[in-house]
Design a protein around this ligand. Structure first.
Ligand code: NAD
Ligand code: TYD
Length: 357
């Protein structure tokens, strides 16, 4: 048996490949377009592992996808591939529509055609697991309960609108064509191999480089942080035990304001890598202009996956951030290689507009 997964040179996908190969001998075919966010060095230790096959391709390329499905005959497809950064979606939404909406459409069609070639038993065991986000549900007020699977969709950014569209396509392909789909909507992930355009790795990197730590607006926005390895295990659980057509929300139950997150990182770094001048990294905190349409609060009610499939996260924020900071301190070469690439141009565009606000 084999599975095929898209977007596994990125943050969550590469962690998934490592988790998968630690826990099973089943081969995994990894299809990734290698956008700015795709980084093969995330997969360095498994590039020569016979169980992992990397294919450089766009998930929207039907010819390539059809051929891969025909040759590898996977029992499941997991769709991680996406444009994933909200700030980029505000500057340039078109790539988000292309990959997140059209790309998912092409992958669904490839899966549907491929499944029609399978014997009855294989066809009914086949799964299409779509990895999505809590951002499709919009923003919560401080007192509202976390998002459950029945919460209405209210996406607010081009990114979340494109992910919401892809979720609807997945739902429709199940209802209309009987494709055995599973959809997971998870909260903010953090951990190893996280691209330093996102809050946590950006703050770790900027702190150590003695650069400003940019906090958008008042820093009181809340995210529900989930350690990436817990997310990967949740996906494995949904793949093996989930009911086709169902949606599972995955969260860490660890709500923190952005300012709390940044201050926690600074305090940990003060202890682990004290500044030579004796000051605190927190002195580098800089409030900058807010993100347009910035969602105030996300939180997940993960009771369905807990009660029906038995998954709960192993890490809380305190233990997860400890592991994450340790990983970044141990892998300065990974951060440097990323920062010296296209990321540099992006940082320039992104923060030159915010300076002095
Ligand atoms: P990422 O940006 O780090 O990685 C995305 C990967 O997809 C990259 O390797 C990129 O090269 C690849 N890719 C992009 N377009 C492609 C295409 N057209 N064809 C093939 N590959 C393509 O993203 P991530 O943080 O790892 O997120 C993975 C998935 O999880 C996404 O679907 C995202 O929406 C979802 N998600 C992420 C978070 C989070 O906190 N990071 C939270 C909830 C949901
Ligand atoms: P991010 O990591 O971009 O994830 P998302 O927007 O998908 O939640 O941002 C997490 C939070 O941190 C979000 O509220 C925006 C905020 N943020 C900052 O305050 N400063 C920054 O430099 C970045 C990248 C994010």
């Amino acid at each position: 048996m084999t599975i095929l997964a898209t977007g596994c040179a990125g943050f969550i996908g590469s962690n998934f490949v490592h988790t998968w190969l630690e826990q099973t001998d089943e081969p995994i075919v990894n299809v990734d377009k290698l956008t700015y966010a795709g980084n093969l060095s995330n997969l360095k230790t498994v590039m020569n592992d016979a169980r992992h096959t990397f294919v450089h391709a766009d998930l929207a390329n039907r010819e390539v996808m059809d051929e891969l499905l025909k040759v590898h005959r996977p029992r499941a497809i997991i769709n991680f591939a996406a444009e994933s950064h909200v700030d980029r979606s505000i500057h340039s939404p078109i790539e988000f529509l292309q990959t997140n909406i059209l790309g998912t459409f092409h992958l669904l069609e490839a899966a549907r055609d491929y499944r029609s070639t399978l014997q009855t038993e294989e066809a009914s065991a086949f799964r299409f697991l779509h990895v999505s986000t809590d951002e499709v549900y919009g923003s919560l007020s401080p007192s509202e309960p976390g998002f459950d699977e029945l919460h209405r969709y209210e996406p607010n950014s081009p990114y979340s609108a494109s992910k919401a569209s892809s979720d609807h396509l997945v739902r429709a392909w199940h209802h209309t064509y009987g494709l055995p789909t599973l959809t997971t909507n998870c909260s903010n992930n953090y951990g190893p191999f996280h691209f330093p355009e996102k809050l946590i790795p950006l703050v770790i990197h900027n702190a150590l480089s003695l650069k400003p730590l940019p906090i958008y607006g008042d820093g009181q926005q809340i995210r529900d942080w989930l350690y990436v390895k817990d997310h990967c295990e949740a996906i494995m659980t949904v793949l093996s035990k989930g009911t086709p057509g169902e949606v599972y929300n995955i969260g860490g139950n660890q709500e923190k304001t952005n300012l709390e997150v940044v201050k926690t990182i600074c305090a940990k770094l003060d202890a682990l890598r004290p500044k030579t001048n004796g000051g605190s990294y927190a002195e580098q905190i800089t409030f900058v202009k807010d993100r347009a349409g910035h969602d105030r609060r996300y939180a997940i009610d993960a009771s369905k996956i807990k009660s029906t499939l038995g998954w709960t996260p192993k890490e809380d924020f305190a233990s997860g951030i400890e592991k994450t900071i340790a990983w970044y301190l141990d892998h300065p070469e990974w951060v440097e290689s990323v920062v010296s690439g296209a990321y540099k141009d992006w940082v320039q565009t992104q923060y030159s507009e915010r300076t002095g606000s």
